[in-house]
Structures are given as structure tokens and as C-alpha cells.
Design a protein around this ligand. Structure first.
Ligand code: SAM
Ligand code: SF4
Length: 333
């Protein structure tokens, strides 16, 4: 079976799947406090998620990242991780991983490790309990820290993702770095993206360009650019003084699309070929119409054949261009 390659000769080897739009937090840059969630019948069932991911793996996907919403609040989600682990065992899948807010890790870390998960990304924007409660609205920092400790104890390596927010965690750049160094976690900063409806003014107020974060780091440390790329948007530097690797996900100040190897599926089975474009393909219909995988494969191939060259996010003219109306929790961050 020929693998998936898009019109710009980029092989599609990385799939990110959102397994729920729900979450136990309400991070201010991600969700409104009172979200209208989807009716259950609209979500792919765990069996449909299994079938869908398995088809992508058969078509050449080697890395699968589970996200949401908060993936670990989806009922029965360990059944799905257990099912995906069969693809690790037979070697078709090289990596099974997830992005989580960490709130449920204390409960699930051992089982995840058992399913072959080796690494987990935990989103954490501040180490201050009050600020944590403020930015997540509903979260508790100690619960997340317990989760991170449980993950480490289970043998998972933890990467911390922090959204860089002007006026919010600017003063925590070095404390976050020190804490990650002490705990042995890699750290990646993310630029806030124009996802979901939020006042334009608020977005621009929040936006702390990572080139400024980097410049701040360089005032104190020697940074060496690393050539390593994961096929994703992150660029990495090594801090000579601490040996730490720090990542920057800069969709707005850098265009990273040329090496894009990924596509995303929402919890309702919409395949987005680009995080920053509206075009998508409905995979739930072929999943539900036919038990034969032919229709599903055809839909996947037809969608990949129109994967766009890149996104159009741009804040450079002091306005939010390329704004997407869907929330990050919908597409899966
Ligand atoms: N709930 C999980 C979590 O928080 O890690 C997984 C889903 S969350 C949508 C994935 C990532 O997207 C998180 O690291 C979060 O900080 C990030 N995110 C959410 N909204 C964002 C935005 N508007 N701009 C940049 N990153 C965002
Ligand atoms: Fe939930 Fe993650 Fe969005 Fe925060 S960023 S509200 S934890 S989905």
C-alpha cells in the first residue's frame, strides 16, 4: 500500500488525534468559562477511533499523539491506549504519546507506561499556585505536580510546554527553566495562537513573541542553535551553562510549514490537513457508512491530496490575521 504523501512531497507520518472536546480546566487562552460541549453521539466512539488510527498507521503514520480537550478525562480512554499499543508491539507505530494538562496523570501514569507510552507533554504555564488557578480557572497546581511526579516515577519522560504570555509568566522564565533543569524535564515555549473567538485586543495583549523570550535567555546564557527538528514546529537551543534543551514553537514569528509531516483529527472525525486553515475532510461519514476500509482510505487519500502549503497566521501588522474561529481544544493542540 503506498504511503501518504502530500502535493508538496511531504510524507505524512504524524497524526494528532483529539479524543474529546471536554476538559477539567478552562485555560483563559483556550476556552471560554462556559463552553458548550458536543453531544456524545457526535464523538467518535473508542472503536471508531481505533479503526481510524489503525488505518492511518497502515498508510504510514509512525507517530501518534493523543490530545484534546483533556485526553485523560475521556471515559474508557485507557482501553484505546491499550488497543493502540498493539501497533507498537508489531513495530508499525514508533511512538505513542499524549499531550495533557497533567491533572489525571497520578491516576493513569503507570497504565500509560504499561501501554508503551514513553514520553508525555504536560502543559504548565506557571509555578505559582494562585496564577495557575487564575490561568486555568479550574485547575490546581499541586494536582498537576503530583501527576508529573507520578509520570516520572512510572518511567515516562516529561516535557513541559508553557505558553508564553505577556504580563503573565514573563517573570517566570528563569524559575521555570531552573525547575525543569532540577526535575530533568525538557521545556518548550509556545506562542499564543489566534484560535477561538477572543477579542483581538486581548490576543495582542497576550502575545509575547518568542524572539523576545529567546533574547531574554541570551542575556544570561549562551545559546547554541540545534539543527534537530522533529518535523514539527519546534526549534531547539542548548543552554551551554546548564546543558538544558529548550524548544520554541513559533508559528507566528517563523514559518515552519515547509517540513510539516502532520495532520490532525478532531474528536468528531474531522481531518484537518493544516492547523491554520479551514479546509477539512469528514472521516466520520465513511467510518459510519461502511465497515469496509476502502471508503475510509479513499477519503483520507483525497484529503491529503489537498493539504495546503501552509498557514496564514500573522500578527506583524498589529492585527490578528489568519484568525481561526475554532478553538484549540476542538482541533487538538
Ligand atoms: N488539555 C491538554 C493540555 O492542555 O495539554 C491537551 C490539549 S491543549 C489544547 C494542547 C496545548 O495547546 C496546550 O499546551 C495548550 O497550552 C495549548 N494551547 C491552547 N490554546 C492555545 C492558544 N490559543 N495558543 C497557543 N497554545 C494554545
Ligand atoms: Fe483544557 Fe488543555 Fe485547553 Fe487548558 S489548554 S483548557 S487544559 S484543553
Amino acid at each position: 500500500m503506498s504511503p501518504l504523501v502530500d502535493p508538496f512531497a511531504r510524507p505524512i507520518s504524524y497524526l494528532r488525534v483529539s479524543v474529546t472536546d471536554r476538559c477539567d480546566f478552562r485555560c483563559t487562552y483556550c476556552m471560554a468559562e462556559h463552553m458548550q460541549f458536543l453531544p456524545k453521539k457526535d464523538l467518535l466512539t473508542l472503536e471508531e477511533l481505533d479503526r481510524l488510527c489503525s488505518r492511518f498507521i497502515a498508510l504510514g503514520v509512525e507517530k501518534l499523539r493523543i490530545t484534546g480537550g483533556e485526553p485523560l478525562v475521556r471515559k474508557g480512554i485507557m482501553t484505546f491506549f491499550r488497543a493502540m499499543s498493539r501497533h507498537l508491539v508489531n513495530g508499525a507505530l514508533k511512538e505513542l504519546t499524549l499531550t495533557t494538562n497533567g491533572s489525571q496523570l497520578a491516576r493513569f501514569a503507570g497504565e500509560l507506561a504499561d501501554c508503551g507510552v514513553r514520553r508525555v507533554n504536560v502543559s504548565l504555564d506557571t509555578l505559582n499556585p494562585e496564577k495557575f488557578a487564575q490561568i486555568t480557572r479550574w485547575g490546581r497546581l499541586d494536582q498537576v505536580q503530583d501527576g508529573i511526579r507520578a509520570a516520572t516515577a512510572a518511567g515516562l519522560s516529561v516535557k513541559i510546554n508553557a505558553v508564553a504570555l505577556k504580563g503573565f509568566n514573563e517573570d517566570e522564565l528563569f524559575p521555570l527553566l531552573d525547575w525543569c533543569a532540577g526535575e530533568g524535564h525538557d521545556l518548550t515555549f509556545i506562542e499564543v495562537m489566534p484560535m477561538g473567538e477572543m477579542g483581538e485586543e486581548m490576543r495582542l495583549d497576550q502575545y509575547w513573541p518568542l524572539k523576545d523570550v529567546r533574547a531574554r535567555l541570551a542575556e544570561r546564557f549562551t545559546l547554541t542553535e540545534l539543527s534537530e527538528r522533529t518535523g514539527g514546529p519546534a526549534r531547539y537551543v542548548r543552554i551551554t551553562e546548564t546543558g538544558q534543551k529548550v524548544g520554541f514553537i513559533t508559528p507566528l514569528t517563523h514559518n515552519f510549514c515547509e517540513s510539516c509531516n502532520r495532520v490532525r483529527v478532531t474528536c468528531t472525525g474531522e481531518l484537518y490537513m493544516c492547523l491554520g486553515q479551514e479546509d477539512m475532510a469528514d472521516l466520520r461519514a465513511p467510518l459510519r457508512t461502511s465497515t469496509d476500509d476502502g471508503l475510509l482510505d479513499d477519503s483520507i487519500r483525497a484529503a491529503i491530496a489537498r493539504k495546503p502549503k501552509g498557514h496564514d497566521f500573522d500578527y506583524s501588522r498589529q492585527k490578528v490575521a489568519g484568525q481561526m474561529s475554532r478553538h484549540m481544544s476542538h482541533t487538538g493542540g
